[in-house]
Every structure is written in C-alpha cells, then in structure tokens.
Design a protein around this ligand. Sequence first.
Ligand SMILES: [Fe+2]
Length: 261
Amino acid sequence: MVDIHCHILPALDDGANSLDEALEMAEMAIEDGITHVVATPHANSEYRFDSDVVQERRNELQARLGDRLKLGTGCDFHLSVENLGKIRASPTKYSINQKRYLLVEFAELAIPPAADEVLHGLQLLGLSPIITHPERNRLIRSQPERLWRWLRQGCYVQVTAQSLLGKWGESARKQVEEWLDQKIVHFFASDAHNATRRPLRLGEAYAVVAGRWGEPTAQALFRENPLAAFEGRALAYEPEVPPAPLRKEQSVRRRKRFFFF
Ligand SMILES: [Fe+2]
C-alpha cells in the first residue's frame, strides 16, 4: 500500500516529535504492508513550511530506513491567502514529490466562497488538487454540492483510513461509506500524526473496503491511485462523477411537496 498523507517527519508540525517516534511510525507502516509514504507536514498559520528543511528531514529518515520504506515529500496545504501567494511563485514546492498532485485542506469552520475559483487557479498552475478528508469537515458534509462542483472541475478526494473505522465519529464513517458507494473517493491515506492515537496504518481499512466494495476497489484506492500520485502519473481509477445528492433539507422539502399533491 502507498500512503500519500502523513506527518511522519520529526519536529516540523504536530506530527512525530522526534526521530525515534518517526522511526516507530515507519516500522508500524512496514509491518502493515505499506511500501511508500509521502511525508506531508502542515503549511498553515501555526506551522511554517520550509521545503529545504522538509527534504533534509526526509533524507535523514530515509538513510535510517534504507530501502525498507520509500519516502516522498509533499505538504498538507492549507488554503490561505498567504499560502496561495507563495504557491503561485513556486507551484511544485508543495506538491507530492514535486510533481502534479497537491493535498488541499479546508478549514473546519469556513470555506471561502471563492473556493471554486481558487481550486481552478491551482489547476491553471498545472496542479491537480486532492481535497483531504472532506468527510471530517462538517461544512462539506452539509453542503455536498460544493464537493461535487470541485469533483466536476477535476479535483480528487482523499479520505482518512481511520474515518472508515469510526475513529472520527459516526457521521464521518457513514459519509465515507456513502461516498464509496457513489464512487467519488480516489485515495485512502493515514493522515498519521504519531504511533498511538493516529497511527501509520492502512491495513484494517483496506480489509473493510475489500470486503464490502471488492478487492479491485481496495487495490485502486490504497495502492494504484496513491502510487500514481507518488510518481506524478494519471490516476488508474477515476470513475465518472455521479449526479450530486440533495441536501437533507432539500430532500425533506421534496418529500413534503410530494405528500401534499
Ligand atoms: Fe494532515
């Protein structure tokens, strides 16, 4: 399996605290059957992203691991005005292995009204935005039409493996299941932050996906698509986007109208 989103590099953000913890996370990944990991430190108001330091830490960790686990670099890119200014000057500084795919994170409490244009702007820079863990964002869950617009304009969706296991609550779990049914998920990733509460593991979620949605789907979401992103290639699994679901209040309104007539 290939993990495109995790905070394994030591002392850069709220992920691994030390090289020892990073090594523990790496051992956990190897044991779980993970072959490639993209280290994606945060770039937000709390954590500054310095691509040279990221490369240095990655090289240090890679040297300790040898060829047992292949490490790449990327960024958990927060959509802020400051970040958008920086990425325009250097588009591949933040992308996965400095190629075309970029992890994009929305704030929990407010999605900018111009999000469609902002994402389009990233695409014009030659980047393919991957919306990270939308199932954990209450705003996106309550306004699915926004996510559908981003999908239609060519963005991708990454969900967190632990969400499917219920670790981010029932709503997030059900949302992932629904989106898997609708075939709008392109990647599973760990978004690991440590070796305990947010571990670098994908195997358990893989087994759930393989059991309910089939082995080829699990292979696509945990290996083929993430490997394509790691290497900067076109995705192997990219089903056509289905019609957007109605918001809850819209479907209630429709039911009431139906009842009235
Ligand atoms: Fe993250």
